[in-house]
Design a protein around this ligand. Structure first.
Ligand code: CUA
Length: 185
């Protein structure tokens, strides 16, 4: 190999190295730009759908008064369930809902963070004091489910649970005909 050839090789290596350096710096700058953009974007536009509630009003006034707890049918025919979690129980202790129907759950906590989980279903949420947790789901089969608290909330955590009874639409209609705001017997 002549001296000129080896000089050419060195030059080619320097060019390739510089090219790779540009590529990796571009990737790093791109990632930093994404971090900066999402950080500023989220800071300037807080998540929508956050519903605050004053925990001291629970049971006393507003949406979560005693007669609103449990299952109700709204004026548009949809089914809504309201629950309050507190150390160490859910109120109501047992709820009845119809199968194959969209059910909206609205719950909150009176004290610390609790978990909302209907076993064997996709109903799984966190109940944070000061906020209303809302989600809509549908239960396909008739049956009973346990609803254990799944966020550690204190010494009584392991004993904190409720029951969910999924009944047929006909049975649910019969129950609703007798009273509004139903729980299990
Ligand atoms: Cu409530 Cu754990």
């Amino acid at each position: 190999m002549s001296a000129a050839d080896s000089n050419l090789n060195v030059n080619a290596a320097v060019v390739a190295e510089r090219r790779w350096a540009i590529v990796s710096v571009t990737v790093i700058v791109f990632i930093l730009a994404i971090i900066a953009f999402t950080g500023i974007h989220w800071a300037s536009m807080p998540t929508s759908g956050i519903e605050p509630i004053d925990p001291t009003t629970l049971h006393v006034s507003g949406e979560f008064v005693e007669q609103n707890l449990g299952t109700q049918i709204r004026s548009d025919g949809s089914v809504i369930v309201r629950m309050i979690a507190q150390q160490y129980s859910f109120n109501p202790q047992c709820i009845v809902i119809p199968a194959q129907t969209k059910v909206t759950f609205r719950s909150t906590s009176a004290d610390v963070v609790h978990g909302f989980l209907v076993t064997g279903t996709n109903a799984n949420a966190m109940l944070v004091p000061g906020y209303i947790t809302t989600f809509t789901t549908e239960f396909s089969h008739v049956g009973d489910h346990l609803m254990p608290c799944h966020e550690f909330c204190g010494t009584g955590h392991a004993a904190m649970w409720a029951h969910v009874r999924v009944v047929s639409l006909e049975d649910f209609g019969r129950l609703m005909a007798t009273k509004s705001g139903i729980h299990c017997d």
